[in-house]
Every structure is written in C-alpha cells, then in structure tokens.
Design a protein around this ligand. Structure first.
Ligand SMILES: [Ca+2]
Ligand SMILES: [Ca+2]
Ligand SMILES: [Ca+2]
Ligand SMILES: [Ca+2]
Length: 328
C-alpha cells in the first residue's frame, strides 16, 4: 500500500522552482493558480462526473442495509462486504446517475457539505450509501479505512485493502494526516459496530459506514503532482470506515478527541489556559505548572476523573488545583 507516501504530502505542498537549461541562465518561477478559479473548474468536472456516472446501487438495495447483531447467530447482510463501483452511463442506460441521489430522503443519498479553506467555500459532494452504526469518527482520531482513490478518468492512484493500516485524520506536528477533503468525508460516517470470524477464520466487520467523497483539488493536492495525480485534478475516494481509535498527541493521558471540550468536532478552539496551544497539543492544559498527566490524582491513567475540590472541573482543567503525583 502506498498510504504513507501519499499522506505525507498533505503538509509538504510549497512553491516549486522549475529550472530551465543552465546555458540560458533563465529560471522560471512556478506560480500557483488562483484557488477559486481552479475550484470553479473542478466543480464543473466533478458535477459532470456525477451526472455521467452511476454506481452499483441496485446491488446494495437488494439486501438489508445492516446486519442484526442482536440475534444469535447474528443476521449478516451481504452489504457488510459491499464496495462502491463507478460506471459511465451509456446513452441507452436506464440506471440512475450518482447526481440523481442528491438530497435523497433515503439511503443511498448524495449530500453537499460546505468546507471553508484557503479563502474558498468548497461544496464537497459526499455519497452516503450507509452511515454506519458504530462509534462517531472525530477529526482528531486515527481511523482504519478500506478505500480506493481514483481520478475522474477511473485511474486508481491509491488504495488500502486490508484493515491493518490506520492513519491520523489530522496532521499534527511531524505526524501526517489525510487531505482535508478525505477527512471531511470520513467524519460524516461511523465506524463498524462489531465483527465476527467467518468459517475460514477471517474477521468480518459489520455495519460500518460506506461512502464516497468527490474532492476538489483545493481540498486535496492542489498544484502538486503526486503519484498519477496531475496538478489541479479532483480526486475521488470510495471507502468503508472500519474502526476509529484514540490519539494522544501531547501524551498527557487525555485522548485527543476528549480535548475537544466544546464538542464541535474540531480541537483548535479549545485552549483552557489561553497560551495559544490548543488543549490537544498542550501537556499542561490549565497552565498551572503541573503537567496534566500528573494531575491524575487517583493514578488510574485518566486525568479526566479527578476533581479534588469537587467543583465540577477536573484538576487538569482547574488552575486552582495544583496537587501533583509527579513524585509519588
Ligand atoms: Ca492536553
Ligand atoms: Ca496543569
Ligand atoms: Ca484519574
Ligand atoms: Ca490543575
């Protein structure tokens, strides 16, 4: 799998200098195109794809959307192994286009999510075949996702076909994340609800989210050429969101997604001590000089359940509580 190589570029985009022949003593500076202008073009291309292509929705609709894990043995739907495939519509085809699922009252449905980045309001098309029944996926999580990344012409540029690889959804410091468009698609789904082992001893996941996201280049690789992706090209991802797991970027014992105190799905605006470092990368969240991990008074590995003065604010967020277990 080429996951690492591809994700690393999410924060490595910069100005590229292109040198011509030395003899000419002539250097051309690469000028990045206007983001709004590129988005306008990408949007036309993405909508043209959604109008001119269908997907294997009938295959999904002929089975139960979800497995019933409450029965013994569980009632397993074939849709737990369903994968989206795109096909170009022919003139004689009676299949529905992907676009015809826009704002459908039932699943599958195509939705539009507005994502603001770099001065542009992007309208991100997200195809939800099923949302999933497991845990919510937070932007600060790691996730294990089976996916295929493709270009509008069908070229597959990246894929993950086993669940062994998980990746951060948000880049933090030197740790890579995924491109914004992929992340903003993934967080609209839920992870699997459970798994069983089949007769051959393989693990089969159930009731995970299944969908696709159609990413304009401004929420992707933009001017960079990565693998087979040309600069300024939209990229499409079809995926199954299998599991989500905690990250702890500041190693303070509080999972990153719980440092999103406002619960708005982002961690950047949560800065208890106002030191400019959001809590998910601040190892002394209340700025009282006692590291958060030492404010875990009952030493159970969880600083969120310690409130010595019983004022409703845990010690690690309460600058008036400065008890420390550092020397215990
Ligand atoms: Ca913290
Ligand atoms: Ca503290
Ligand atoms: Ca504790
Ligand atoms: Ca404190």
């Amino acid at each position: 799998m080429k996951i690492t190589k591809l994700f690393l570029v999410t924060f490595a985009i910069g100005i590229i200098l292109v040198s011509c022949k030395k003899d000419d003593e002539f250097t051309t500076q690469f000028i990045e195109r206007d983001r709004q202008e590129v988005y306008n073009e990408n949007r036309v291309d993405i909508e043209a794809f959604l109008e001119s292509h269908t997907f294997n929705y009938a295959e999904f609709q002929e089975n139960l959307a979800y497995s019933d894990l409450s029965t013994s043995p569980p009632t397993i739907t074939p849709n737990d192994s369903y994968k989206i495939e795109f096909t170009e519509l022919t003139e004689t085809s009676t299949d529905l286009s992907i676009m015809s699922f826009l704002n459908s009252a039932t699943y599958p449905k195509l939705e539009i999510d507005t994502v603001y980045q770099d001065g542009v309001d992007y309208e991100l098309y997200i195809l939800k075949v099923r949302e999933g029944l497991g845990d919510d996926v937070h932007r600060l999580d790691k996730a294990s996702v089976l996916y295929k990344g493709s270009l509008p012409d069908g070229t597959i540029f990246d894929s993950a076909v086993t669940v062994n690889t998980s990746f951060n959804l948000t880049a933090v410091g030197a740790q890579a994340g995924v491109i914004t468009g992929f992340r903003e698609g993934l967080v609209k789904f839920k992870a699997s609800e459970g798994f069983t082992d089949n007769a051959s001893g393989e693990t089969v996941y159930h009731n995970h989210g299944i969908g696709a996201v159609f990413v304009p280049s401004g929420l992707g690789y933009f001017s960079s050429t990565v693998n087979e992706i040309p600069s300024y090209s939209p990229v499409f991802f079809r995926f199954r969101v299998i599991t989500r797991s905690n990250t702890d970027f500041d190693l303070d014992g509080v999972p990153s997604h719980l440092e999103d105190l406002e619960g708005d799905g982002y961690g950047f605006s949560d800065d208890t001590d106002g030191d400019g470092l959001p809590n998910f990368i601040d190892n002394d969240d209340d700025g009282d000089g006692v590291l958060t991990r030492y404010e875990d008074i009952n030493e159970d590995g969880d600083p969120t359940n310690d409130d010595t003065n019983a004022n409703g604010t845990p010690n690690y967020l309460d600058a008036t509580s400065t008890e420390s277990i550092e020397n215990n």
